[in-house]
Design a protein around this ligand. Structure first.
Ligand code: GDP
Ligand code: ZN
Length: 354
């Protein structure tokens, strides 16, 4: 019988379950999703589940369960029916184009995020900022990992270039050729804690994950699940248990997470310019051209790095863009085109009447 505590089940989840109407049912954690089918880790192994009609018809698709969710379900032989979802502590979301509900959640209940950057030409302070902001905004603990330390880059200089954001997070330096560095990393993953790796392609996430899991991951993902009557289905896992404890949540979507920022406050706080902003003359200062703007003054005096400032403006523009849903943007564009056509038509009728 599998112990769901290794997946993170604890007294707090039990309390939340007690509050549900269906608290006598079994519970489990979603380890992967396939449209409307879900693989759920249960005390009896992985069970393939579907949603109850009540969830399907009363909830919006963006409220459906996602990988990492804890759910209660009813078992019907080889199949489970998910009846309810326990309230999430947090969720990663991404922009979804074309609909009014622009945010799509895709991974839930995460404790720590390892933001991975490599110590080579790929290293990018601005990208680190962006990931950091997004993680903090999601209510997840960020930890920065600088990989490929063996390539000989001056690590201290690299850390210095991070400036203030280097103080916002723990930093770990690793190399896949240095076992001790992997062990150090393993030590900060507590048993039953759910963690993710994010960062651009090529920075060394897979290599690190494989080292952390001692190559078990490949074996784990190839595990076939017995579904009772000797029938085996292969599952594509998105959640893995580390032998040393810890729950790795890994989907392609998670790895590239961090490209959309939606909170102005978190941007300013993470870049450490929120305190400056409080000192501007005008409370609605945009920090671009106003007199007595503390931010612009700090740039002039050299107290604020221009790169950080530009990054702030860029991320803020993105946040505004993000908060306007694709639906609203299309609607605005449609209205604009309608107006242009109207103007052209009026002009033509005026010209023809002259
Ligand atoms: P991912 O796309 O972030 O998952 O990156 P990968 O794990 O696939 O690694 C990309 C490349 O970097 C591969 O060729 C790895 O062998 C190499 N790599 C990963 N970690 C290290 C490291 O610590 N040192 C060096 N020198 N190369 C590494
Ligand atoms: Zn200002």
């Amino acid at each position: 019988m599998a112990n769901l505590c290794s997946y993170g089940w604890n007294n707090q989840w039990q309390q939340l379950k007690n509050d549900l109407s269906y608290n006598e049912l079994e519970h489990g954690r979603i380890i992967s999703t396939h449209k409307t089918r879900y693989d759920v880790a249960t005390t009896e192994g992985v069970l393939s589940c579907e949603l109850t009609g009540n969830i399907l018809y009363t909830k919006e698709p963006h409220e459906y369960p996602i990988t990492g969710d804890w759910v209660v379900f009813q078992r019907f032989g080889e199949l489970g029916i998910i009846i309810d979802i326990l309230p999430r502590t947090n969720a990663l979301s991404r922009k979804k184009s074309g609909t009014k509900a622009s945010v799509q959640h895709f991974a839930a209940n995460i404790h720590k995020a390892f933001i991975v950057q490599s110590c080579d030409a790929n290293f990018n302070v601005r990208r680190t900022e962006r990931f950091l902001i997004q993680i903090v905004d999601s209510g997840i603990i960020p930890i920065l990992i600088l990989t490929k330390a063996d390539l000989g880059i001056d690590i201290d200089k690299l850390k210095q270039s991070l400036g203030k954001i280097g103080e916002k997070t723990e930093i770990f330096v690793t190399s896949i050729y240095d076992i001790e560095s992997i062990d150090r990393l393993r030590k900060i993953i507590n048993p039953a804690e759910t963690f993710i790796f994010i960062g651009s392609s090529g920075v060394g996430k897979s290599s690190l994950i494989n080292r952390l899991c001692d190559h078990q991951l490949l074996e784990t993902s190839a595990i076939s699940t017995s579904t009772g009557k000797g029938k085996h289905t292969s599952t594509r896992r998105e959640i893995f248990l580390l032998e040393s404890g810890g729950v790795l949540l890994d989907t392609p979507g998670v790895r590239e997470f961090g490209l959309a920022v939606d909170s102005d406050d978190t941007i300013a706080e993470t870049l450490d310019i929120d305190q400056l902003m409080g000192k501007c003359k005008f409370h609605d200062c945009t920090h671009t051209s106003e007199p007595d703007c503390a931010v612009l003054n700090a740039i002039a005096s050299g107290d604020l790095d221009v790169g950080t400032y530009n990054s702030y403006l860029k991320l803020k523009r993105e946040a505004m863009h993000f908060n306007e849903t694709t639906y609203e943007r299309r609607e605005r564009e449609r209205q604009f085109h309608r107006m242009v056509k109207e103007v052209i038509r009026e002009k033509k009728s005026r010209d023809s009447s002259v």
